[in-house]
Design a protein around this ligand. Structure first.
Ligand code: WQD
Length: 342
């Protein structure tokens, strides 16, 4: 493997593992740091099964400044970093704010400090959650960042500010922040996918677990919103398309002379309601889904979808997989994981 070495923090997680697969496909040499606080070590075996190469891996907590600094010193050939490692459960962040501020911010600060004098291309896992409920749709990268609805969302906003300021004064650090919309689906091999711990909070893993009989009927959180069918609108993006955007972001920085900080919306640019997702799931899989209409979920915004022309123009990236493929791949993964618990 002759490719550039790329550090992937949180590389055994949902988006991280799909990105490691795409890095191998693009000829890079990924090295994973993870502490398994929200993933399974078996994912390393699954990635090897997909790519035929076992990724290098270090079990390390990035909140330990010395261990993080030692790791970076021992790997001077790392040319890029893709930083996924963070807690990401919105509800849990409201109950345990300090856990989120400590973990999500200290891990980032330790990583940046460890690379402080080394040239590195840094891709940051951000989120459309920074927009809150946008005033205009589709939402562009120039839209104002609104007061975060949760400590989780606030850690993403603070992290973007830290990265923007540090990159602005650094001669060696280039940063690309990717604002994800709603990642769903799984690799077509069905060997990797979303592994929610406990009862899934997110829509699609609940749909597939309900459909396979692991959960009761789906509760649709409200159908009295100002949308075509009353349920909320989101921009769902296939996790493989999202993973490829990280490779495009690395190449963008490798090919540009300026340093600095850039932000990109990574979505499809299309909005889908919850009921449309359910219908697409049933059509794509042939499985009838039982669901009930419940009350609105506190903290939910009514509708959001991205304006994604900047990523297309600057990164040469755009989403290619549609909602049907998102649903069929999520279902294939659910059936795999039922037979092969990780
Ligand atoms: C989507 C829609 C729910 C579950 C969150 C984070 C965001 C990002 C993606 C990390 C909403 C409805 C859901 C259910 C339902 N994560 N729903 N019944 O809240 O848009 O975004 O995950 O970056 O930061 O906030 O995603 O999948 O939870 O909800 O009706 O059982 O599905 O009300 O309208 P969300 P979600």
């Amino acid at each position: 493997m002759s490719g550039k070495k790329i550090l992937v923090t949180g590389g055994t997680g949902y988006i991280g593992s799909h990105t490691v697969v795409e890095l191998f496909n693009a000829g890079y040499q990924p090295i994973i740091i993870d502490n398994f606080s929200n993933s399974s070590a078996r994912i390393i075996d699954q990635i090897e099964a997909i790519n035929g190469i076992r990724p290098e891996f270090v079990n390390l907590d990035l909140c330990d400044a010395r261990l993080t600094s030692d790791f970076v010193s021992q790997h001077p050939d790392i040319s890029g970093v893709i930083h996924f490692a963070a807690y990401k459960a919105v509800g849990e962040s409201v109950e345990q704010p300090l856990k989120y501020y400590h973990n999500n911010l200290f891990s980032l600060i330790n990583l940046l400090s460890a690379f402080s004098d080394k040239p590195v291309n840094f891709v940051f896992s951000s989120s459309c959650t920074v927009y809150g409920e946008p005033d205009q749709l589709p939402v562009t990268e120039r839209a104002p960042v609104k007061k975060a609805e949760s400590p989780y969302g606030n850690t993403k906003q603070i992290a973007e500010e830290i990265l923007s300021e540090v990159a602005g004064t650094s001669k060696s650090l280039k940063v690309t922040a990717l604002r994800y919309f709603n990642p769903v689906g799984a690799h077509h091999s069905a060997l990797i996918g979303e592994l929610p711990i406990g009862v899934p909070q997110n829509l699609v893993p609940f749909i597939t677990q309900s459909a396979i009989g692991k959960r009761g009927p789906l509760i649709v959180h409200g159908n009295d919103y100002n949308t075509p069918d009353g349920s909320c609108i989101r921009d769902y993006i296939h996790v493989v398309d999202l993973a490829k955007a990280h490779v495009s972001a690395l190449k963008f920085m490798e090919n540009s002379d300026e340093g600095g900080y850039e932000v990109f919306n990574i979505g499809t640019g299309k909005g889908s309601t919850v009921l449309q997702v359910i219908n697409t799931f049933e059509t794509a899989t042939g499985v009838k889904l039982e669901y009930k209409i419940g009350k609105r979920r506190p903290g939910d915004i009514e509708k959001i979808y991205g304006e994604v022309s900047k990523a297309k123009h600057d990164l040469g990236w755009n989403a290619e997989l549609d909602l049907g493929e998102m649903m069929s791949s999520a279902w294939a993964w659910e059936k795999y994981i039922q037979q092969n618990p990780l």
